[in-house]
Write a protein that binds this ligand. Structure first.
Ligand SMILES: [Zn+2]
Length: 180
């Protein structure tokens, strides 16, 4: 319920708008990402500028999203701000019947709808831009992998694997039993 309430601010009430161009702005922050349980992005600070062109049977909606999302470097484990700046465009068509041919580019709403909920779209647009593999050197601003951290990680790795090889195999069986 709390989530639904928070996301209410990401709706565009288009029914009362006259034909022509309209602009909206939305702030996207940590609380926004908290609303989506499976969000890859947990923290970020972005702005979505939405240009909406209202026509008789259609809305043309252009999103311009700029800001940063927090990523964790897969190499040195540092959290860093990764900049995003992109545009997306979607057509919203109104139809009376259920229309299954909804694509990424075309969204259908019922003729009785009066609001366009952009929360899920914003969430998806941002989450698909999360790289599969994050490196602060490549995706961050003015940041390179922390050499001390790298040294620490690599020395941890060697001690771990040395210890593991020394462990009596029976311990492994015991460990498995314990974990169950
Ligand atoms: Zn790094």
């Amino acid at each position: 319920m709390q989530v639904l309430k928070y996301l209410k601010q990401y709706r565009i009430p288009f029914s009362g708008l006259v034909s022509g161009k309209h602009k909206f702005e939305f702030d996207i922050d940590d609380k926004f990402f908290d609303c989506f349980e499976h969000s890859l992005v947990k923290k970020g600070k972005l702005k979505a500028e939405v240009a909406l062109q209202k026509q008789e049977n259609m809305l043309i909606v252009i999103f311009e999203i700029t800001g940063t999302i927090k990523l964790t470097c897969d190499i040195c484990l540092a959290e860093f701000d990764s900049p995003l700046d992109f545009k997306e465009r979607v057509l919203v068509k109104f139809t009376e019947e259920d229309w299954d041919s909804e694509t990424e580019e075309v969204i259908t709403l019922s003729k009785t709808d009066y609001e366009f909920d952009v929360a899920t779209l914003l969430y998806e647009y941002i989450n698909v831009r999360v790289p599969y593999y994050s490196r602060c050197v490549e995706q961050g601003i003015n940041i390179t992998c922390d050499p001390e951290m790298l040294a620490k990680i690599s020395s941890d790795d060697t001690t771990e694997s040395n210890e593991e090889s020394k462990i009596d195999p029976r311990w492994d069986i015991l460990k498995k039993i314990k974990n169950n």
